[in-house]
Ligand binder design. Structure first.
Ligand code: F6P
Length: 218
């Protein structure tokens, strides 16, 4: 695609409580971010249409127009689905996919970092020492590298796409996708700053990737 928009979901109830994982709904503030996101993407599309019209008026038509659709991909979790609630399914090709789910924290799902440190001090320490390789214990528990693996098919699909794309996902998946798109060393990924309510626009260009960052100001 010409432009890949990437964001985490709006603030969830668990974000406020400092709990990891789970499937909490959005807070009122998180919902307002979702509404702002839908307005913003709509404006971006309108801008493209206006420049197309002005070019045509001047007598010049682009011969390889960019597809007009914007695909919207979210994870299967409530907080990303709720973030795109205001996107009109007639205007956007909206898909929810498991690939984009947050890292699964096994026995630590639903706990805060403090609780993990208290209940499972050795686990807490192993993760601190080697976050990239550390796999959460318990059924389905994942490591960053597991998530990298699960995202591979999605990255292949993403590179084939010609329409613009908005991905609404989670902290770990954002770190991995941004890390891949910006060619950041794997070892740096687990510590990348990826705040809530921040929208990244990633444009692959011949001389390297251009990234623009938009912060929601309420
Ligand atoms: O707190 C939000 C969250 O997305 C959790 O669900 C997830 O476990 C965590 O962030 C990942 O961040 P880190 O790898 O830094 O613990």
């Amino acid at each position: 695609p010409r432009c890949i928009w990437l964001t985490r979901h709006g603030e969830s109830i668990d974000n406020i409580m400092g709990k990891i994982g789970g499937d909490a709904p959005l807070s009122p503030r998180g919902k307002r971010y979702g509404a702002c996101l839908s307005r913003f993407i709509k404006h971006q599309r309108r801008e493209n249409e206006v420049s197309r019209r002005l070019e045509a008026e001047a007598g010049m038509a682009i011969s390889n127009p960019r597809e007009r659709t914007v695909a919207v991909w979210t994870s299967m979790l409530t907080r990303t689905k709720e973030t795109v609630e205001e996107f009109d399914p007639k205007e956007y090709d909206i898909k929810h996919m498991r690939f984009l789910n947050e890292i699964y924290a096994g026995i630590c799902e639903g706990l805060s970092y403090n609780q993990i440190e208290q209940l499972y001090p050795e686990e807490f320490e192993s993760r601190r020492i080697n976050k990239l390789f550390y796999r959460y214990p318990g059924m389905g528990g994942e490591s960053y590298l597991d998530v990298v693996q699960r995202l591979n098919p999605l990255i292949i699909e993403l590179e084939r796409m010609t329409s613009d794309l908005l991905i609404v996902t989670h902290r770990v998946v954002m770190r991995i996708l941004l890390g891949y798109l910006m060619d950041i060393d794997r070892s740096k990924m687990p510590e990348m700053e990826v705040p809530l309510h921040t929208l990244y626009c990633v444009e692959p260009k011949p001389h390297g990737t251009v990234v623009r960052k938009f912060k929601w100001v309420e």
